[in-house]
Design a binder for this molecule. Structure first.
Ligand SMILES: [Zn+2]
Length: 92
C-alpha cells in the first residue's frame, strides 16, 4: 500500500517539515498566477535527494491542509514514471 506523503500547506518562511526522515525547509513563499488566471501562492521547499543527497527544490501550492509531495529526489534521480503534476496547474 502506498503511503500518502504530505507537507503542511501553510508553513512559515524558514519552517522545517519532515517527510518520514527527509527534511524539507520552507525557503520562499511567492505569488503565482496559474495558467487559467488564478492567483495563488507557492511555497518553495529545499530538500536533499534521498538517493545522492544533492539539493533540489520543490514547489507546492500554499493552502489550508496538507499538500502531496511528488518529488523526493534530485533531477538526476527522479523517476519520470512517478512524475505528478502539482494541483493548481504548476509543474513540479
Ligand atoms: Zn540524486
Amino acid at each position: 500500500m502506498r503511503k500518502l506523503i504530505t507537507l503542511p500547506g501553510r508553513p512559515e518562511l524558514g519552517g522545517i517539515a519532515f517527510v518520514q526522515h527527509q527534511r524539507f525547509e520552507c525557503v520562499e513563499i511567492r505569488p503565482h498566477t496559474t495558467r487559467d488566471g488564478r492567483r495563488i501562492e507557492l511555497v518553495r521547499w529545499l530538500s536533499h535527494c534521498t538517493d545522492c543527497g544533492a539539493p533540489f527544490d520543490l514547489l507546492t501550492p500554499r493552502r489550508a491542509g496538507p499538500v502531496r509531495v511528488d518529488r523526493r529526489r534530485c533531477a538526476e534521480h527522479r523517476d519520470p514514471k512517478r512524475r505528478v503534476k502539482v494541483p493548481g496547474g504548476v509543474a513540479a
